[in-house]
Design a binder for this molecule. Structure first.
Ligand code: ATP
Length: 563
């Protein structure tokens, strides 16, 4: 519980404690004032009900008609206040959600935490946590807080009314006389306490089930998305029946959880439905002694019923919001895990030691699980040099490039990077979404200079797409494997890195085209240091240094790295 409150505090600080927080507090104050007005109107209507039923009992026609008019005025004001209270609540929700989403997206993207989290698999479905859990957390926290405060005001007002109506009652029990003040308040309290306790006992199992529900739904959605993203590969393998089985399995988890939830909610429903129905008649039975003794009139009895309803309604706030509280608690747990995983990934040591050239000293790289791949390496790449790395498949060449380009924190020993901008071109270039201009300039903002971009397209053999700079196509699918690699080279020329890591970056090109791409780098980025992993021996002549990792590194396969 303490941990959950700490998470709520951490998630609230920026919006409720920042410089711009005054507007949030102002909106909250407006919402609470409108809520207070609703309570006040309810008190007036409660008073009105006594006058109305007494006038009915006395067959006083003119009084009844004027009371009907009064009621219409109450209802009109009530509608306006209620609608605006809801409107301001929604305004506050979207403001907080916007701020919290920006805060979590920022920290998720900072220090490449999103990448490290995807490799370690520490938390599932970050998309769901950012899109759904934040929405749920903000929505429920505000609506529950507001309803709690307004309900408290309602409780105090109507306990006071009910207390006055109860008067002082004398009962004889076990031969002894008991004097009780405000007995109707005690009946309402006892009745609601028993109800809340039973609800809690029946419903506590629902917490875990709701947590699993969100996870199962997100897993199923993610499985569907992966099919969509890899549609072509699946079609080529004709893997539909395998995919169907996989989807069925993912959906099976939803069904299983749904059934468990259904049963849990059915058990809760048996109790809450009966309990809510009985609540309508309990105050009338409880106030009968007063009515029979002619202490209160028919109007008084109706007033007791309405006041008891308000007190019971306020006290049973916990029952009404139980499900929402359970779901909120599950959302907080998910956001807590997410923030914790982000913090852990950001606690990774600072990788940005830089010097005149890239150099490694007793470097061992490993998998995220700690399995050492290449160990005790010692070599360097002088600034402006061209080096080729080779070694058998799976030895860890790509992992070494990731480490030296600064995105892979699982290593021991030392390395320093060459000062300046570094860029890694992998075998499968990330294309992204948008116009060809957006995609070509990624990750820089789209350059409006079309002539320049057309020049870069032509240089890299993509001249046929010059007229499509502002077309928004699915470039990931439209461009061939080789064209995607050409596009990655065009990006590199635009970005002008000081050190370029090529990880099989020309593997989809024929030998002649691969040589042309490397020649382009030599011509347009003459000072750039290039380190390449490639199986293409036809381009060997471009590299001054050849490093065979089979011989420069001690390779330990089963050994676990410490720490
Ligand atoms: N995210 C990861 N989680 C677990 N293991 C990984 C991860 N990334 C790489 N590995 C493992 O590390 C080893 C080295 O992978 P890497 O891709 O660096 O090899 P490589 O030498 O580039 O191979 P190839 O020449 O076949 O491309 C492999 O056994 C691979 O399974």
């Amino acid at each position: 519980m303490k941990k959950k409150l700490a998470t709520v505090w951490q998630l609230s600080q920026a919006f409720w404690g920042g410089k711009q927080s005054w507007s949030a507090w102002l909106i909250l104050a407006v919402i609470l004032s409108l809520g207070g007005s609703i309570v006040w109107l309810n008190v007036l209507i409660n008073d009105w009900s006594k006058s109305f039923y007494d006038a009915l009992g006395e067959f006083d026609g003119s009084k009844v008609y004027s009371l009907v008019k009064e009621y219409c005025v109450f209802i009109l004001i009530y509608i306006g206040v209620f609608v605006y209270q809801d409107w301001f609540t929604r305004l506050l929700i979207i403001r907080w959600r916007k701020s919290l989403t920006a805060q979590l997206v920022d920290s998720w993207l900072a220090k490449q935490a999103y990448y490290h989290m995807s490799l370690t698999g520490k938390v599932d479905n970050p998309d769901q946590r950012i899109a759904e859990d934040i929405n749920f957390f903000v929505d429920k926290t505000i609506s529950l807080l507001v309803s709690f405060l307004i309900t408290s005001a309602q409780l105090f007002s109507f306990v006071w009314i009910l207390w006055k109506l109860s008067g002082v009652q004398t009962f004889t029990l076990f031969g002894q006389e008991w004097v009780i003040k405000g007995y109707l308040v005690w009946v309402a309290l006892l009745y609601t306490l028993v109800g809340s306790l039973v609800t809690h006992l029946i419903g506590k199992k629902l917490h875990g089930l709701n947590y699993q529900k969100q996870r199962a739904e997100a897993d199923f959605r993610a499985a569907l998305l992966r099919k969509h993203d890899n549609a072509e590969q699946i079609a080529l393998y004709q893997g539909e029946s395998w995919e169907k089985q996989h989807l069925n399995r993912a959906f099976g988890a939803i069904v299983q959880n749904w059934r468990a939830l259904m049963n849990g909610e059915r058990n809760l429903g048996f109790f809450t439905t009966g309990y809510t129905r009985i609540s309508l008649i309990v105050p009338v039975f409880a106030a009968l002694p007063l009515f029979m003794a002619k202490t209160i009139t028919l109007g008084g009895l109706m007033q007791v019923r309405s006041a008891f309803g308000q007190v019971h309604g306020a006290l049973s706030w916990f029952i009404r919001v139980y499900k929402a509280l359970v779901e909120l608690s599950a959302s907080i747990s998910r956001l807590e895990q997410f923030s914790q995983a982000i913090a852990e990934c950001q606690n990774n040591r600072d990788l940005s030691v830089s010097g005149e050239m890239t150099q490694v000293d007793k470097l061992t790289v490993a998998t995220p699980q700690g399995k050492a791949l290449l160990s005790d390496m010692q070599f360097g790449f002088p600034a402006g040099s061209w080096s080729k790395l080779s070694g058998r498949s799976g030895i860890g060449k790509s992992t070494l490039l990731r480490t030296l380009s600064g995105v892979w924190p699982w290593f021991e020993g030392h390395w320093q990077s060459q000062q300046g901008k570094s860029l890694l071109l992998p075998q499968r270039a990330y294309i992204g979404q948008g116009t060809l201009r957006d995609v070509l300039c990624y990750p820089q903002p789209a350059d409006p200079d079309s002539e320049k971009l057309v020049r870069y397209l032509s240089k890299t053999g993509l001249g046929e797409w010059s007229g499509a700079l502002d077309k928004r196509l699915n470039w990931e699918q439209v461009l061939s494997g080789g064209q995607k690699q050409r596009l990655a080279f065009a990006r590199a020329l635009l970005l002008k890195p000081d050190i370029l890591w090529l990880d099989e970056a020309t593997s989809n090109l024929d030998a002649q085209s691969a040589r042309e791409m490397l020649q382009l780098l030599k011509t347009w980025l003459p000072d750039c240091t290039v380190v390449a992993v490639t199986h293409q021996t036809e381009i060997d002549e471009h590299f001054g240094q050849h490093l065979n990792l089979d011989s420069v590194a001690g390779v330990s396969r089963a050994e676990k790295m410490s720490g």
